[in-house]
Design a protein around this ligand. Structure first.
Ligand code: JHZ
Ligand code: ZN
Length: 419
């Protein structure tokens, strides 16, 4: 549990919303584990009045969260397309070739680095989940199975205690959906700097706190996500390690993210000019809409409670009419929403999810069985509560047959609707 801000160490942190005690969002259970006591942790969101970083108070050990991980990025076309788009753009913008080096922190199953490998560009992935690092290595994407740290970065560039004498300085360091997850925030940002060539670029993607608040995406709050970033908060954090924001853009993935580009303050900063318009615009907007003030965040709790009431009224109404409801997506978000709203086996028959490793398991806290999405067409439940609303377009397209036969989707976020 933290008493001071993870970024600037200020004591001036103020509560935003409390989601009670919830189980770990990806701690899916086997049948045998259903009768055992389940660990739950407090889920409280706070705002730092000094550096504006939004964060949760509890820090669950990274080993507990990430050493074995079911989430594979390759399963979503949206994620693959997003990776292809940015890698193609960077190869062009930075003239990357076989003499370049690209490092990715939290490289999952290699879904992003694959694009560089296809162009003959050397890559190095760093991934804490052994099962995912193994998948990547099998595909020929060189991946080290470990947590990323400052010490590890030093050993990569050859001035640490690595016996192998590695000498890797990167033209690009990617970190997608990593910064939200790291407890050793300063170690990771310093490590990124150490890895960069003087004119190298760090390209960071993370869920955008403005989309979280405006889009009522409260279910993205769970123990894996320690921090929820604005560009303003990132600028302060990175500057404290000698890294300067050079470009920034909003991208639609995961319900709304930011992609920010940093270069070393002591380097040539080749993109400073071309990124000026983008970064000024996004930071000006944050000031205009009040992201630097507690009041901007304070309405969240009330709006979440209203959504809870509206969704429960809808579900009670459907159950009174004897309708079957199932959930789509054994996502981390679904754990937050189902547990905080108290939606369990009394209302929901089962969950479907396309991740093979999740099927056959049960959802944390609510103990719903997880099946392959093909079960929808077999059973034709009346309603599907879509808790991976961030992939609505992709999933509605995949399940058009179910809808054509009369099946309906309940999409709760950003606002409750039935399609
Ligand atoms: P999805 C994860 O959150 C975890 P989650 C993590 N902490 C993070 O930061 C974010 O991602 C970015 C399934 N699915 O992506 C697959 C289908 O069944 O919203 C996944 O289990 N059919 C790293 O877990 C889930 O939905 C499909 O067609 O909340 C999606 O989970 C598609 C597209 C997905 O993230
Ligand atoms: Zn702070």
């Amino acid at each position: 549990m933290i008493l001071t801000c993870r970024s600037c160490r200020s004591h001036d942190i103020k509560p935003v919303i409390s989601l009670g005690f919830t189980p770990l969002a990806n701690a899916l259970l086997t049948k045998e584990q259903l009768d055992l006591p389940e660990e739950k942790f407090p889920l409280d969101l706070v705002f730092c009045q000094d550096c504006t970083l939004v964060q949760i108070v509890e820090t669950v050990s990274p080993e507990k969260l990430f050493s074995q991980y079911f989430y594979t990025s390759s399963l979503s076309k949206t994620t693959l397309d997003n990776a292809k788009d940015i890698t193609t753009r960077l190869i062009k913008r930075l003239n990357l070739d076989e003499k370049s080096v690209v490092v990715e922190i939290g490289s999952n199953d290699g879904y992003l680095l694959q694009n560089y490998v296809d162009h003959g560009i050397p890559v190095w992935g760093i991934e804490p989940a052994k099962n995912l690092a193994d998948i990547a290595n099998k595909k020929g994407i060189r991946t080290t199975n470990s947590f990323f740290s400052e010490a590890q970065a030093k050993s990569f560039v050859g001035n640490g205690d690595s016996p192998k004498g590695w000498d890797i300085k990167a033209d690009v360091v990617h970190a997608n959906n990593v910064l939200a997850h790291v407890a050793d925030l300063h170690g990771v940002v310093e490590g990124i700097k150490i890895l960069l060539k003087p004119d190298g670029v760090a390209v960071i993607e993370t869920h955008y706190v403005r989309d979280l608040i405006d889009g009522l995406e409260f279910d993205c709050i769970y123990h894996e996500h320690l921090c929820y970033y604005s560009v303003r908060a990132l600028v302060g954090l990175f500057l404290s390690h000698g890294l300067l924001l050079i470009d920034a853009e909003r991208i639609p993935i995961h319900g709304g993210s930011i992609r920010v580009y940093f270069q070393r303050l002591d380097g040539p900063k080749s993109f400073l000019k071309s990124g000026e318009k983008n970064r000024t615009e996004i930071i000006d907007q944050e000031h205009l809409f009040g992201l630097t003030w507690l009041t901007y965040y304070e309405s969240l709790a009330e709006r979440v409670l209203k959504l809870k009431k509206d969704l429960l009224v809808k579900i009670y109404d459907l159950k009174r009419k004897d309708k079957n409801i199932v959930v789509y997506g054994a996502s981390a978000k679904s754990t937050t929403l189902l547990n905080f709203f108290g939606i369990d086996g009394d209302y929901i028959d089962y969950v479907v999810d396309s991740t093979p490793g999740k099927q056959g398991h049960f959802t944390p806290g609510t103990h719903l069985p997880i099946y392959d999405p093909s079960k929808l067409l077999e059973n034709m439940p009346d309603y599907v509560l879509l808790l991976t609303w961030n992939f609505s377009d992709e999933i509605l397209e995949k399940e058009k047959e179910y809808r054509a036969r009369g099946g309906k989707f309940i999409i709760p976020i950003p606002e409750l609707r039935i399609v």
